[in-house]
Design a protein around this ligand. Structure first.
Ligand code: CMC
Length: 434
């Protein structure tokens, strides 16, 4: 017998049975689709605190336990054993690839890495000091002009090609956003390199001399990409789903996701964390003073990289990144020395916050952004590229969710309702009478 919850309207005495939808893991859902028809109410849930917007097989988070699974695989195992391209295959297709599948997938992704030469000219339209995330929003959106008439969003093969193009072209767009701001020549993709090494080569290479990506950095960056590849229905993924639900062009929908990711409460936090740590390192105030400011409701200062809507425990990605940060700085020795003070302050902040009632009561722990910036900074990646790298990594998650939505027979155009609080009705008055 299917489980239900009985809901009684105390104003009318009318009762209805709402079915419980059971997932494979995590809280079940109360199916409220008939609520308006039966009782005439909408649900009110700003920020979607208690609302599941879709079914999904892609990623699972247990926020209380601090676990994260991609297609059922624990993030710790993927971080230890896998590569970013293998994780892309897993997220897109649902299972880990056989050796031949991974070989073919890598080849296909490499084949699409170049941009149309006309896309290159888009970069010239930006101011020299444009934020690379602004450039990403514009250039990825512009790809819809190149792949529009030949993308039928109902055709699985077209969706597959769009996914490959996006995963493949994102490193080129990201690296060129950086090159443009630096006034350096754009470097074309080198398909002899791995996905991650190629990105570093396009960022840091110059035509006048050979560039050999540092294998330690390649592995560190690959790990960062794995950890950021998906995170279920976060703001940017939900943005991609909502914009894609109107059957919009996928490149335009992904561009909307990039815009959402840029915000400081989402992917933009990694940039803000480093600014905060630098401020603390150079300040004559103590770490305790900054923690006190974060707790003061009259001060807008928050501990960036702390807290999460879903995790009420340590973010498992932050644990992996903290260890990686430790290992990387140790391996770099003197080369990474100027990042050590930031890492020391970050660990001190974490120690103080974790013993403080304010953070304990609210279950505020370090999130993925808290330590990731130190690694990127140690690799020589400038601050304004941090969120770009997040966007590059998350593209596979966005496109996997978009694809899942397009295949879901229950999916419909996203159209939330509202609790209207404006005027009921009033008559227009001429400008002389106002
Ligand atoms: N520093 C100080 N207080 C905080 C912080 C923080 N970083 N985060 C939350 N709080 C407090 C908040 O003031 C509130 O207190 P009270 O109950 O007294 O009003 C309580 O904790 C709950 O916070 P909230 O803002 O209602 O929680 P939320 O789920 O709406 O927001 C969040 C989650 C991630 C936006 C928030 O924790 C935050 O602003 N963190 C800093 C920004 C950040 O690190 N963002 C990256 C998130 S992870 C990666 C990603 O999503 O891209």
């Amino acid at each position: 017998m299917s489980k239900t919850v009985t809901l009684t309207d105390n104003t009318t005495g009318k009762s209805i049975e709402l079915p419980i939808q059971e997932g494979s893991h995590g809280p079940n859902c109360l199916d409220v689709r008939t609520l308006y028809k039966e009782l005439g109410y909408f649900t009110y849930d700003p920020g979607f605190m208690s609302t599941a917007s879709c079914r999904s097989d892609v990623t699972f988070i247990d926020g209380d336990e601090g676990t994260l699974l991609y297609r059922g695989y624990p993030i710790e195992q993927l971080a230890e054993e896998s590569t970013y391209l293998e994780v892309c295959y897993l997220l897109l297709n649902g299972d880990l690839p056989a050796a031949d599948d991974l070989h073919d997938f890598s080849r296909i992704i490499k084949e699409h890495s170049m941009l149309h030469e006309a896309v290159r000219r888009f970069f010239d339209g930006f101011r020299h000091d444009a934020h690379p995330m602004a450039i990403m929003v514009g250039v990825v959106g512009a790809l819809s002009a190149f792949y529009h008439d030949n993308v039928d969003v109902h055709n699985p093969e077209h969706r597959r090609i769009a996914a490959h193009r996006l995963i493949s072209k994102m490193p080129t767009i990201a690296a060129w956003s950086y090159k443009y701001a630096n006034g350096q020549p754009f470097m074309y993709p080198d398909n002899n390199l791995s996905y991650t090494a190629n990105f570093l080569a396009m960022m840091f290479g110059v035509p006048s001399e050979p560039y050999q990506p540092n294998p330690v950095f390649v592995r560190a960056l690959d790990l960062i990409l794995i950890l950021h590849a998906d995170h279920e229905q976060n703001a940017s993924t939900s943005t991609v789903r909502l914009s894609g639900s109107s059957e919009a062009n996928p490149f335009a929908a992904i561009s909307a996701g990039i815009a959402s990711l840029w915000g400081p409460l989402h992917g933009g936090a990694n940039e803000k964390v480093i600014r905060m740590l630098e401020e603390i390192v150079h300040s004559d105030k103590s770490v305790e003073d900054f923690v006190a400011r974060a707790k003061d409701k009259n001060d807008s200062f928050r501990l960036m990289g702390f807290g999460h809507r879903v995790y009420k425990n340590y973010d498992p990605r932050a644990k992996i990144i903290r260890k990686m940060c430790h290992d990387l700085l140790a391996e770099m020795g003197d080369m990474g020395a100027d990042n050590q003070p930031l890492f020391d302050v970050a660990m001190e902040l974490e120690r103080i916050a974790m013993e403080d009632d304010y953070f304990i009561e609210r279950k505020l722990y370090p999130n993925v952004d808290f330590y990731s910036g130190i690694i990127l900074r140690a690799m020589g990646i400038p601050l304004n590229m941090f969120t770009v790298i997040f966007a590059l990594a998350r593209t596979v998650g966005w496109i996997s969710h978009w694809n899942e939505m397009m295949q879901d027979p229950e999916s419909r155009i996203g159209r939330p309702r509202q609790l209207y609080t404006g005027y009921r009705s009033r008559d227009y008055t001429s400008i002389e009478e106002r």
